[in-house]
Write a protein that binds this ligand. Structure first.
Ligand SMILES: Cc1cc2nc3c(=O)[nH]c(=O)nc-3n(C[C@H](O)[C@H](O)[C@H](O)COP(=O)(O)OP(=O)(O)OC[C@H]3O[C@@H](n4cnc5c(N)ncnc54)[C@H](O)[C@@H]3O)c2cc1C
Ligand code: SF4
Length: 512
């Protein structure tokens, strides 16, 4: 059963085999798998449950306010500032993500084997898990007919240049191209956790408490024994006055790559004998290039993220895009006031595409600063090769837009905001850009902050996702991935979660 705030009339005190904190790509598959094995499972989620018919109403402002942390304005501190939106809703960030469902790149897995002591995670095992997930979540390539003119035009440009490109696999069934995946899918096509794993977990007997913030993991003799927390108004974050106290044989923390380390740091550095909690933050930073076309592009009709160019993936640059609503498009254009309004008046004739950069030289960390309330601080510095990759991606997207017929393009690099001639392109190509020159950067894939590894001195969890320090405490979300997956991470987080379910099952059955 799903308990919403209206159902909570007093304090809650219960026990279960497994308590899971967080209902996103890490938490939800675990709930379904373990309840399917007959264990009693309680899932707690700080965000609210939203209803497809009532709430996924294509209103971006309302969606940002209700389904995202900090109304979607979460920023990293450093150079440059990076917008790092995080979901806070039943289904976690999957409810408001773009639905791209890719398998991790093979060289990344090899890196995990070689440098992180994770050879127990085999390619064969992962491939079986991916295949299962792809079937369960109806993963299929985006339909070019539904994708919309922006994606079709960009891909035509890439093909003219002979670049490797195509349509992305997505966990969406009969997608109608509403263009609003990141505000919740109004048709129920996108198979986010709230329409897939969570309903099935509930059918298996899982109880879900929404608007419920876990505050502390209880331990006894070095073992996790449950959690305590309280109910909150999902929009103001204020406590309602009712508390929750859960006893469990196994506790799983699945609060995501920012809030999981923050949770542990707030609890005096629980599970942090390695000192790695909050460190090693990788975010896959993104830059975008906007084009001005002669033909109408009809945004935001289509699929927000439907197509890719992966010619330079070995260099850590992948282009992905489709179409975005005006509220997001506006953020990619520089200027203010009348100048910005004049640019935005051309929105119907504009296209936008993004590049995802595998961050190898940059530095990031989540910290719990004193007197910062219930707000993690994310520090991130874009460095070295990653700045070069940002420039390379910007040049690449500009070339593609011009090949597709753009009149001019708008880039995020100071001094090169508008490019309308080969001379402008040359100027950007020859300029020595610095991280501080990037006006607008965003990121959507934080990972690494409670990384898995084979060595307790340099990692927080084992390959099973159990913490090295606290028995029966597991961490299963983006924070456990030791590095970026090289692609959008949701499918890999789910695969690791399914794998973890097997180890928890073994643990619980041995304890019987
Ligand atoms: C706009 C956007 C688009 C994206 N598009 C894609 C895409 O197309 N493909 C892809 O692969 N990835 C995409 N991602 C990333 C992907 O959605 C995430 O990597 C993935 O959902 C992370 O899973 P998780 O379990 O780590 O965390 P989340 O899915 O974020 O789930 C964590 C949940 O835990 C809850 N929580 C945290 N702390 C507590 C607490 N103390 N008590 C109770 N609950 C708590 C949070 O409220 C949240 O709901 C996108 C992300 C964004 C922001
Ligand atoms: S494009 Fe529209 S129908 Fe398709 S998954 Fe996204 S929101 Fe749903």
């Amino acid at each position: 059963m799903i308990f919403n705030l209206d159902d909570i009339k007093g304090d809650v005190k219960r026990s279960a085999d497994v308590v899971i904190i967080g209902s996103g790509a890490g938490g939800a598959p675990l709930a379904k798998e373990l309840s399917g094995e007959g264990y009693s499972v309680i899932l707690v989620e700080e965000g609210a449950k939203f209803d497809r018919e009532k709430d996924f109403n294509l209103n971006p402002t309302q969606s940002f306010m209700r389904m995202y942390r900090d109304a979607g304005q979460t920023l990293t501190l450093g150079v440059p500032f990076v917008l790092l939106p995080l979901g806070k809703t039943l289904g976690g960030t999957t409810t408001i993500n773009s639905g791209t469902a890719l398998r991790m790149l093979r060289p990344i897995l090899k890196k995990w084997h070689t440098f992180h002591g994770l050879s127990d995670i085999t390619e064969e095992e992962l491939n079986l898990l991916y295949a299962h997930l792809e079937e369960y979540l109806f993963v299929q390539r985006a339909d070019p007919e539904v994708a919309g003119p922006v994606a079709r035009t960009f891909l035509a440009g890439a093909q003219k240049l002979g670049l490797s490109s195509g349509w992305l696999p997505r966990n969406a069934k009969e997608c109608e191209g509403y263009g609003t995946c990141v505000f919740g899918c109004p048709s129920g096509a996108k198979q986010s956790m709230d329409v897939s794993f969570i309903p099935d977990a509930v059918k298996n007997g899982t109880d879900v408490y929404t608007c419920c913030r876990a505050a502390k993991i209880t331990t006894k003799g070095g073992k996790a024994t449950g959690m305590t927390g309280f109910f909150v108004d999902p929009f103001t974050g204020k406590k309602t006055g009712h508390k929750i106290e859960l006893e469990a044989r196994v506790v799983v923390l699945s609060g995501g790559a920012i809030y999981t380390p923050f949770f542990l740091l707030r609890q005096g550095g629980l599970a942090n004998s390695s000192g790695q909690v909050g460190r090693n933050l990788e975010i896959h930073p993104c830059v975008q290039v906007v084009s001005l076309m002669d033909e109408p592009m009809n945004p935001p009709k289509g699929i927000p993220q439907s197509s890719y160019v992966d010619e330079f993936k070995d260099e850590g640059v992948t282009l992905e895009g489709g179409t975005v609503p005006p509220e997001i498009h506006a953020l990619a254009l520089t200027g203010a006031g009348n100048k910005h309004a004049a640019l935005m008046s051309s929105y119907p004739n504009m296209g936008l595409f993004g590049a995802m950069i595998s961050d190898t030289d940059s530095w990031g960390r989540v910290v719990n600063l004193p007197r910062s309330g219930y707000s993690p601080t994310m520090l991130y510095m874009l460095k070295g090769e990653d700045v070069r990759k940002a420039k390379l991606s910007t040049l690449l997207m500009s070339e593609i837009w011009f090949a597709a017929g753009a009149r001019k393009v708008f880039t995020p690099f100071a001094g090169h905001y508008e490019i309308s001639s080969p001379r402008d392109m040359k100027a950007l190509e020859q300029s020595k850009v610095r991280a501080a020159d990037i006006y607008a950067m965003s990121a959507y894939h934080p990972v690494g902050t409670c990384r898995m590894g084979g060595d307790p001195e340099s990692s927080v969890v084992k390959h099973t996702c159990e913490t090295w320090d606290v028995e029966d405490l597991y961490i299963c979300d983006g924070s456990a991935l030791p590095t970026s997956a090289g692609v959008n991470p949701q499918l890999t987080i789910m695969a690791i979660s399914m794998r973890c379910a097997g180890f928890i099952d073994d643990r619980l059955s041995n304890k019987k």
